[in-house]
Design a protein around this ligand. Structure first.
Ligand code: GDP
Length: 526
């Protein structure tokens, strides 16, 4: 329990959203409150808008920005908040899913006009897999969006989680008048383009207070009182335990661009969000309060400048204290490694850091020793578990165009897939290499990088597969299945057997014919 004090000060989370819901804007407002930036507009969007190879440098420029904003650490009310950035672009969804394994909770941003969108659902599924606590922020209330009660129903239905409003809007769109905070019972009136300050927040012990009648017209006052009565009647009182167990999502309403409702959200976040928690490892549960250090790599970012080919591996500390220049055990390579220049991301600057505690993220320079899911310990052999691999949606065969560069190609594709750019499958009992990605953009990135960084020219041939299924079940059944379906069987990088299905129909047929085998769309790295 040596570090209990440090641990109790830390909250690590990610903001997730379908693109355009307002993630960047909200991030910026949080950083302004945390004093990590001084002016609006300082946070650049990490959105990738271009889609062709000729725009590659643009993508890289944007990726460069995203590394700088990968982790943003700031202090707010004596809490050290680690905000982990997630790319919104669908093609980089896997990156986001992995980042979610490195945080203890999540803020999900919803556009009140669009409601729950495709990416929102998928991101939420990942949170549900790990019971990650989620706070929902319904953004853009200055626009005419969906009726708040309908939105709450939609959230419950599509996201498969119970919700509980902790703030409530007074109208919306051009008629948006303010937000009532049900959590600490205070009211803020909304004035467009005016930043709400602490003085504007009026604590109300009772909604029948004359303040409500003085500041809102009779219709709005009656509506607010009626709505709040309805909420208190329909929804159970907010239960923090349920939130921490990932069973209940508190909901806030506001307008990020107008900095409205954001402080309510941040204050409540700091009050209720979890501090770093225990983790599961392959051999045992890792108590966050253990004195001995452990941590895992959840993201690797390549430096694409040909003069500086190093990479940055992002380490999440899970227990104990990480120290600069101390030797740690790299479990997979079974060797001891140390880092002379690890850095942290306080105030959006990269600073060399001497020590770090559970919940913190440290950037480590890497010359190719790490892959995603690697664990560092003080000597014990285990891997922190929970990092998912999801079935890719596009499959292409990697074809070598220059036989003299076979070695380079092999090395390049291994390193790129270690970084998590794409998944590599190898034909079972053969040598054909199949690359699986979520989006087309990654194929272009791979082709470009193989040539630029490894001097290997390749070509991709599209394959007619739609899903990768990791097979589990009785050994003899799987062996029999492999014999019959050999042309559809590949292995992932860890040697797990994977069936590539041509279509949903084929998959369903195989499922019916092989009831003892499970066809899983996800697999855990460990
Ligand atoms: P991201 O893709 O989720 O990071 O979204 P951004 O933060 O870049 O926001 C997308 C667009 O929505 C931008 O043009 C923002 O200015 C706008 N936006 C963000 N918050 C609000 C809001 O509260 N109201 C309105 N009307 N627009 C907003």
């Amino acid at each position: 329990m040596k570090y209990a004090n440090e641990i109790s000060k830390r909250k690590s989370f990610a903001i997730i959203a379908h693109p355009d819901a307002g993630k960047t804007t909200l991030t910026e407002k949080f950083l302004l409150f945390g004093g990590a930036i001084q002016t609006a507009g300082a946070v650049k969007s990490n959105k990738i808008k271009k889609h062709t190879t000729s725009d590659f440098m643009e993508i890289e420029r944007q990726r460069g920005i995203s590394v700088a904003t990968s982790v943003m650490t700031f202090e707010y009310r004596d809490i050290l908040v680690n905000l982990l950035d997630t790319p919104g672009h669908k093609d980089f969804a896997e990156d986001t899913y992995r980042t979610l394994t490195a945080v203890d909770s999540v803020v999900l941003v919803i556009d009140c006009v669009k409601g729950v969108e495709e990416q929102t659902e998928r991101l939420m599924e990942v949170c549900r897999m790990r019971d990650t606590p989620v706070i929902i922020f319904v953004n853009k209330m200055d626009r005419d969006g969906k009726y708040p009660f309908d939105l709450l129903d939609e959230l419950e239905e599509k996201l498969n989680i119970r919700v509980r409003p902790l703030s409530w809007p007074i109208n919306m769109g051009s008629d948006f008048k303010g937000v009532y905070n049900l959590y600490d019972k205070s009211l803020v009136a909304f004035l467009p383009n005016k930043k709400a300050t602490d003085e504007d927040v009026v604590p109300l012990t009772d909604l029948s207070s004359s303040y409500v009648d003085e500041h809102f017209n009779a219709k709005d006052a009656a509506q607010l009182r009626g709505d709040v009565e309805l909420i208190e009647g329909v929804y159970d009182a907010f239960n923090r335990e349920d939130y921490l167990a990932g069973k209940l999502a508190p909901v806030f309403f506001g307008s990020a661009v107008n900095n409205f409702g954001v402080k309510d959200l941040l204050d409540t976040f700091v009050d209720i969000a979890p501090i770093p928690r225990n983790r599961t490892a392959t051999t045992r549960e890792i108590d966050v309060n253990e004195d001995k250090f452990s941590g895992f790599i959840f993201k690797i970012h390549a430096n694409l400048d040909p003069r500086h080919r190093d990479r940055i591996a992002f380490l999440r500390v899970c227990s104990g204290k990480f120290e600069r220049n101390k030797f740690y055990h790299h479990v997979r390579l079974d060797k001891d490694v140390r880092f002379s220049n690890p850095y942290s991301f306080l105030a959006r600057e990269k600073n060399v850091v001497d020590d770090a505690y559970p919940g913190d993220v440290v950037g480590l320079f890497d010359t190719g020793n790490f892959k995603i899911g690697d664990t560092l310990t003080e000597g014990e052999n285990f891997y922190i578990t929970g990092i998912p691999s999801f079935s890719p949606e596009l499959f292409k065969e990697l074809v070598n165009k220059d036989p003299l560069k076979t070695k380079q190609l092999e090395k390049g594709i291994r390193q790129l897939t270690d970084e998590g750019v794409a998944q590599l499958f190898t034909q079972h009992g053969g040598n054909r290499k199949i690359i699986g990605c979520v989006g087309d953009l990654q194929f272009e990135v791979i082709q470009y990088r193989l040539l630029q960084e490894y001097g290997a020219a390749c070509q991709f041939n599209t394959l007619p597969f739609y899903k990768a299924c990791w097979l589990t079940g009785p050994k003899e059944k799987i062996e029999e299945f492999i014999r019959f379906k050999s042309s559809n069987i590949v292995e992932d990088k860890d040697g797990h057997i994977v069936y590539l299905a041509q279509s949903e129909w084929y998959l369903n047929t195989e499922r019916t014919n092989n009831p003892d085998i499970q066809f899983n769309f996800t697999s855990e790295i460990h």
